[in-house]
Design a binder for this molecule. Structure first.
Ligand code: DAH
Length: 384
């Protein structure tokens, strides 16, 4: 049993409802009767006063009522007593006696009610303080899983000498496509199903690659930059597609930057994210802004790139038999992109790469559903 409850006296009102005067002063009925014999109006006034005091819901109200009845200057009883000298000796005697009794007994009711309220207030304060309860753990927030993954990658690339370049989410058609060597009728434009703000002119960026163009226009080589951020595509949403997601491009421009540098950088990245024994491969693929273009694949964690089920029979159920999954796009910056920003492709070379953060987080933590990242369900977010 809690000590606070054990300490409570039986019969003492601990609620805020108030009580009858008789619960506080057992002689209450006798007091009323005694006053009745002296002056029935005063007896009734006493009964009302006692009820008001006993019924006070808290100490503040009790104090107010006590002042109204018994206050030294303007209390009702005080004022009545002050009138006594004006009365005849006979009346003065009985009325004086009755008023003095009332004053004393109201004082008793008031004192009893005050003790009960104070005890109840102490008891409820004590009930709220159980020193044996374990402390309440403060609710500590944390970064979103994608922010954590992004932070880790920024850290990694910072260690390789890259700094961060922020470019806008609302982008012009020219930075998103044309200056990245997408010709006006190039089929790759159709591959990006774009959210247009001003059709043909202003859009929500479909990738973070436009950042390279902006950075190169502003700065002189050498450059070593990463471009993290949110991108938008007008996709049919399903378990692996969202119409907004996050990417991070990287760009390295200088003299004699080669494909070998790109390969070394990608290998370092893959080992840092997936561990030192990760198996990767680089396969050629087309992107308009790089030449040659390639894709970095990582071996399926289950079949390790063989595509065969562990039992030896049939295809690996995880990668569906391909043995590999695509991790990012990359390549050597296309000379036309250098020309568009005023760099001389005979002077400088560079490589670039771009990856989806959701995809990396999903592969890393075995997250099956891309929609989870944006639903803000704490049961999901608290796991990371
Ligand atoms: N921007 C491409 C996309 O969103 C990805 C990409 C491919 C980025 C090759 C690159 C790159 O930097 O070199 O599909």
């Amino acid at each position: 049993m809690k000590p606070a409850v054990a300490g409570r006296k039986p019969g003492v009102d601990a609620s805020r409802e108030g009580v009858e005067p008789a619960a506080l002063v057992p002689e209450h009925a006798a007091h009323v009767a005694e006053l009745e014999a002296l002056d029935s109006d005063l007896a009734a006034a006493y009964a009302r006063g006692a009820e008001a005091l006993a019924g006070a819901p808290d100490t503040a109200t009790l104090k107010e009522r006590q002042v109204t009845l018994l206050g030294r200057e303007r209390g009702t009883i005080t004022l009545e007593l002050a009138k006594l000298p004006e009365l005849s000796v006979e009346v003065r005697k009985t009325r004086g006696r009755a008023l003095n009794l009332i004053k004393r007994w109201l004082g008793e009711v008031e004192a009893a009610r005050r003790r009960a309220l104070e005890q109840a207030e102490e008891a409820s304060a004590a009930a709220g303080l159980d020193v044996t309860l374990p402390g309440r753990r403060p609710w500590v927030g944390r970064a979103h899983v994608l922010a954590q993954v992004q932070e880790e990658m920024l850290d990694l690339f910072h260690g390789l000498g890259y700094s961060v370049y922020q470019s806008p989410e609302v982008e012009s058609e020219s930075y998103n496509f044309t200056r990245l060597n997408f010709p006006p009728d190039h089929p790759a434009r159709d591959a990006h199903d774009t959210y247009w703000i001003d059709p043909g002119a202003v859009l929500l960026r479909t990738h973070t690659s436009p950042g390279w163009v902006r950075a190169m226009e502003e700065r002189k080589p050498p450059l070593r930059l990463v471009f993290p951020g949110r991108v938008y595509r007008s996709e049919q949403v399903d378990a692996s597609h969202m119409d907004q997601f996050h990417q991070m491009d990287g760009l390295f421009v200088g003299r004699d930057v080669s494909m070998a540098d790109l390969k070394g950088t990608l290998a370092t990245f893959a080992r840092a994210i997936y561990g030192p024994r990760v198996k990767t491969r680089i396969v050629p693929i087309y992107f308009p802004f790089v030449e040659p273009g390639c894709q970095l694949d990582i071996a399926c964690a289950i079949c390790e790139g063989t595509g065969r089920a562990r039992s030896g029979q049939g295809r690996c159920p995880v990668c569906g038999g391909s043995g590999w999954s695509e991790l990012l796009g990359a390549g050597m910056v296309h000379p036309n992109v250098f020309r568009a920003v005023g760099y001389d492709p005979e002077e400088v070379t560079g490589f670039a790469f771009g990856m989806g953060l959701e995809r990396i987080a999903m592969a890393r933590f075995g997250i099956p559903e891309i929609r989870l990242f944006l639903e803000n369900d704490l049961r999901f977010l608290k796991q990371f």
